[in-house]
Structure formats: structure tokens, C-alpha cells
Design a protein around this ligand. Sequence first.
Ligand SMILES: [Zn+2]
Length: 62
Amino acid sequence: MRLSAPVTLVCECSTEFRSADGHIPAGWTTRHGKCWCADCTRAGIPVRQLLHGGTRQRRRAA
Ligand SMILES: [Zn+2]
């Protein structure tokens, strides 16, 4: 996901990242309008939640 406007990403663990140009920081995961910080991504939380969310895609976090 890439936007041209400033965005604030907020992970479920309340980690925040302010991006001036909409660029997603390395290690973060964004799917379906949600985002997870690098720590949560490493812990596999996005994968778990996306599977529970009904998507059949099994994509590995980049
Ligand atoms: Zn997090």
C-alpha cells in the first residue's frame, strides 16, 4: 500500500508509526486496511488474524 498523503499506522499493540509520505515502514504488515508493527509481524499475528478473518490466502509476510 502506498499513499501520497501522511498516514498514522496504529498496531493493535498500540505501537504507532507516523509516515510523512504514506510509506509503510520495513517489517510492518498491512492487509485489508489493518496494520501490524514489525514486532507483531514477526510474532505471526497478522497471519493468524487474516486466517481467522476468512481469507484463504496464505501469503508469507514480506
Ligand atoms: Zn504490534
